[in-house]
Design a protein around this ligand. Structure first.
Ligand code: ATP
Length: 535
């Protein structure tokens, strides 16, 4: 039985949420503190009142173009203030934002434009050639408008409307309110497709309002807080960061991509209090010198999410910096957060994804049937329920019915809950290695490999074996100047894991293929392995 003393979070009354459109939460903050800085980007610093004025102008400009309730607007930009402004403007007129990965090539852009039936796309000037090339020779009947960042019409896309012109020519007054219900769609992010074709995830105003407030509360954010956002805004983790800091009245400093020295300098200059990262960034920080890490002195918490974090890395970073290194857990399908670590240093468990956030239920069910609830400590599929759970997959009722049952979301992740209600994520269901009748979590073996002083990075996959079905094989990147043999690494791992989890092969490689959030592209490693067998 989970105890009220050790995990009071599990016994709280409901938080209570406004049944209002998403942008109204930020508008309320702007009324309270119009002159405080909200978004900082290079030399630009926008106050809350400026953010709202720009939001209003853009909302009015979008309306003048004929865009409104239910229209899908793709955002094809790197991290920039226009991103957040577009999100708030879309919310104000009932439109829907579908973020698009700025590293997408023609085929991927075309897929999302077509699948989402986007009415408009906002594109960053530098990405115009890629968009043009994606549009060439194809028709997208729903696509009526292209908006481009900056003030110039690009030669390559003469039909595009410059963002700055839309703002300049439209009133900064709040647009006439539209009838928006809490369950109306607000965002349509696409999953990254590490486990299949990208799917549109339907998130409502209620989903995002609730999850933002759940996280503001879990992190106890207030106007004194500041964060650096280098995690991509096209990913739901980025959407959450930009929104929670606005709703908390804090400051956010946008970076287009992570670069260690710039990030550390900004942390110091801007007195950053929260550092949101993914596991590869934690690893990069650990490779930095003590002098560099000293620049993080105002940071109270470093949060890692989106992929498994080897607890060893969290502990080492905490020892070197004194910063509380914590985890959260969630999925695009849950807006994204369902779990968050307690903030009290005495209650942080570095290996855990945290406790459920407000109004969120968790259970672990057996993997095969998805029905029987498992006791404390046993691994099974993680199932969650709460107001942040998506409406469903876009145009995919079959897949929606598969993962959403009675309001419970079947996450496809394997994990367990400890006696105090903390969640531990072991791995993704689809990535488990089947060795004879046993399941081996690649992430567990990777975490052990990372404890070896010569190992910089590692990925484990199952490779076919006539006797066992699959056996674990590791791809390892060594630290510069370090050496280790396959035998040595296998002995190191095998002395620390149960017999059936024994690592049986090691291959040295230059870099582990990953998506930016840190998830390993195991599919690529498997294809590499298969290709090798065929030659
Ligand atoms: P897909 O692979 O289905 O295309 P995706 O890669 O876009 O989806 P996201 O929604 O971005 O998936 O990420 C959600 C997944 O990230 C979770 O299902 C889980 O596997 C992983 N994850 C999130 N937080 C953690 C954490 N703290 N520890 C381990 N894994 C995590």
């Amino acid at each position: 039985m989970v105890d009220k003393q050790t995990a009071p979070e599990l016994f709280r009354p409901p938080l209570g949420y406004p049944e209002a459109p998403y942008d109204t939460l930020v508008r309320a903050v702007a009324e309270r503190q119009p002159e405080r800085p909200a978004i900082i980007y290079h030399n630009l610093s926008l106050t809350y009142s400026e953010v709202i004025a720009m939001t209003n102008s853009l909302a009015n400009g979008l309306r003048a173009l004929g865009l409104g309730k239910g229209d899908i607007i793709c955002l094809f930009t790197f991290n920039r203030p226009e991103y957040t402004i577009a999100f708030l403007a879309a919310s104000s007129i009932g439109a829907v934002i579908s973020p698009m990965n700025p590293s997408y090539k023609e085929r991927e852009i075309a897929y999302q434009l077509e699948n989402s039936e986007a009415s408009a796309i906002l594109v960053q000037r530098e990405l115009v050639p890629m968009l043009k090339s994606a549009l060439e020779g194809q028709t997208f009947p729903a696509l009526r408008h292209i908006i481009v960042t900056g003030s110039q019409v690009p030669e390559a896309l003469p039909q595009a409307v410059p963002f700055a012109r839309l703002l300049r020519e439209s009133s900064p007054r709040r647009p006439e309110p539209v009838d928006i219900a809490p369950d109306d769609l607000l965002a349509l992010p696409y999953s990254s497709g590490t486990t299949g074709l990208p799917r549109g995830v339907m998130l409502s105003h209620r989903n995002l309002v609730c999850n933002h407030l759940q996280v503001v509360t879990a992190a106890n954010l207030s106007p004194v807080d500041a964060t650096l956002i280098f995690l991509p805004l096209y990913h739901i983790y980025g959407v959450l960061l930009t929104g929670t800091f606005l709703i908390a009245g804090g400051r956010q400093i946008l970076m287009e991509r992570f670069e260690l020295d710039t990030a550390l300098a900004l942390c110091e200059q801007q007195a950053v209090t929260w550092f949101f990262a993914v596991p590869p960034i934690v690893q990069t920080l650990l490779n930095a010198s003590d002098e560099q890490l000293a620049r993080l002195r105002t940071v109270k918490y470093l949060m890692s999410a989106a992929a498994p974090l080897a607890p060893e890395l969290a502990i080492r970073l905490r020892e070197r910096t004194g910063i509380n290194v914590i985890q959260a857990y969630g999925l695009t399908e849950t807006s994204p957060d369902t779990h968050f670590s307690p903030l009290d240093p005495a209650r942080i468990r570095p290996a855990s994804g945290g406790l459920p956030v407000y109004d969120t239920e968790q259970k672990i069910v057996d993997i095969e049937t998805g029905e029987r609830e498992l006791p404390v400590g046993e691994d099974g599929e993680i199932v969650v329920r709460g107001p942040q759970v998506m409406l469903g997959y876009w145009k995919d009722p079959a897949e929606t019915a598969r993962v959403l049952r009675n309001g419970w979301l079947y996450t496809g992740d394997i994990g367990h809950i400890d006696a105090d209600g903390y969640l531990y994520i072991v791995d993704r269901k689809k990535e488990m290695i089947k060795y004879k009748a046993f399941s081996i979590a690649p992430a567990e073996i990777e975490a052990v490999l990372l404890e070896h002083p010569a190992v910089l990075d590692a990925a484990v996959i199952g490779v076919d074996d006539p006797e066992a079905g699959e056996i674990p094989k590791a791809f390892v990147v060594l630290r510069p100047g370090q050496t280790a043999t396959s035998e040595e690494l296998m002995a190191f791992v095998n002395s620390k894991v149960a017999g059936y989890k024994k690592l049986q092969r090691v291959e040295f490689i230059e870099a582990i293929p990953r998506v930016p959030s840190g998830k390993i592209l195991r599919r690529q490693l498997k294809e590499r392995e298969r290709a090798r067998r065929l030659t």
